[in-house]
Write a protein that binds this ligand. Structure first.
Ligand code: BEZ
Length: 390
């Protein structure tokens, strides 16, 4: 069929423009995403959930972000801070990734943040709460999709004080996540009229709790606050129950104590009360869709770690959308990430000026295999971002 002459020229131009656009996309190589997560050790399941969450969001976008295919480069960080600098440099120097997503362990993440700041590589932290990352070590190219350690500790302290407990003991691993979470708990608990009478700790990732449980039994505080996660949390909750302590000394914790762990903890965890920025039964269309998609894709239920991985991908997508996938335009990419409102399964959140989520912290109670939300501990809690200068 012959087209009328007045249509031939615009049509030719439109076809040429479309061809040019598709060539531009075709010319963009795959975006290199470095996943530095634990796939061995006590936090292995947490790393796995983060990766699954991240990839689920990418899959929902047709396997591309801002029109670019994604190539994954993976390093098992073993939750070992002594190997962290070498490990992160495999991604930065050897693989020359465009963005790093990681990790779980605060000590490992601190080394990653140092390397990312020096090399100006975009870093999105999908779990590790080390306060310094959005504090003294903050940087324009470093973001977090999870929490600062202070936040869930503080939220749990608020609930413990509201329950009228007066004397608390704390127990945790002796590294940044443990000590900073306990600090947050103590700040809120003592503001609410309580007193922390003793802090107990053991080295990460030890799980020989017996001597410390004996000390708790001897002191008989009104409540125990614990930070443990992953395999260590499973063992601690079971040991606490087996020692017969639950009848006499209520156990509370930041929600990591019971997240992703309930099948293994079984009866020992029933009724435990924690605070976290996620709960399994948040009945919003966004959370329901996320949980259904995750369950269908992976034949398992998502947890807080999966949700944080999913949101790390959402944050990256928000930045890439502003630069049409070009990570080299870092100022524009960072500006878009800073002002994004993330439509998260946890509820919508924005970022603090130091790049940490300002978010609601929920009260949760363990019922069966779920952390069921029973209220809000603190609404829109910002990370204080103490010491950040940017
Ligand atoms: C951390 O090391 O920051 C961490 C690890 C597991 C759960 C929560 C925090």
């Amino acid at each position: 069929m012959k087209l009328p002459l007045h249509l031939v020229k615009p049509l030719t131009l439109a076809v040429a423009a479309a061809a040019a656009l598709s060539t531009a996309h075709a010319q963009q190589p795959a975006l290199k995403v470095g996943l530095m997560l634990p796939s061995s050790g006590t936090f292995a399941a947490l790393g796995d959930a983060i990766e699954k969450g991240f990839k689920l969001y990418v899959q929902e976008q047709g396997g591309k972000l801002a029109g670019r295919d994604i190539a994954y480069f993976k390093v098992d960080d073993e939750s070992d801070p002594s190997k962290a600098t070498d490990n992160v440099n495999k991604l930065i120097k050897r693989d020359q990734v465009d963005v790093i997503v990681g990790t779980v362990h605060s000590g490992v993440a601190l080394a990653m943040a140092r390397a990312a700041k020096e090399s100006k590589t975009l870093l999105i932290v999908p779990n590790a709460g080390a306060d310094a990352i959005t504090g003294p070590q903050c940087a324009p190219n470093i973001f977090r999709s999870s929490f600062s350690n202070w936040q869930p500790g503080y939220a749990t302290g608020v609930i413990a004080a509201q329950k009228g407990y007066k004397r608390a003991m704390t127990i945790t691993w002796n590294y940044a996540a443990g000590t900073e979470t306990v600090k947050g708990f103590t700040e809120a608990f003592e503001k609410g009229g309580g007193k922390v009478v003793k802090d107990l700790s053991l080295p990460f990732p030890n799980v020989e709790f017996q001597a410390l449980l004996t000390e708790i039994a001897a002191q008989k505080p009104d409540v125990v606050f614990a930070f443990f996660a992953g395999g260590g949390a499973v063992k601690f909750v079971k040991d606490y129950d087996a020692a017969g302590l639950r009848k006499n000394v209520p156990l509370m914790g930041s929600g990591f104590l019971t997240d992703g762990t309930l099948e293994a903890q079984g009866a020992a965890a029933q009724g435990l009360i924690t605070a976290l920025h996620y709960g399994d039964n948040l009945e919003t269309p966004r959370n329901t869709a996320f949980r259904n998609k995750y369950a269908v894709t992976y034949k398992s239920n998502p947890d807080v770690y999966a949700m944080q991985g999913y949101d790390a991908a959402q944050m990256l997508a928000a930045g890439l959308a502003a630069t049409k996938g070009d990570v080299k335009q870092q100022d524009a990419l960072v500006a878009a990430m800073r002002k994004a409102q993330i439509d998260s399964p946890r509820g919508k959140f924005t970022l603090s000026p130091q790049h940490n989520p300002t978010q609601d912290f929920y009260v949760r109670e363990v019922k069966g295999n779920y952390n069921v939300v029973t209220g809000v501990a603190v609404k829109a809690l910002p990370d204080p971002g103490r010491g950040c200068r940017m």
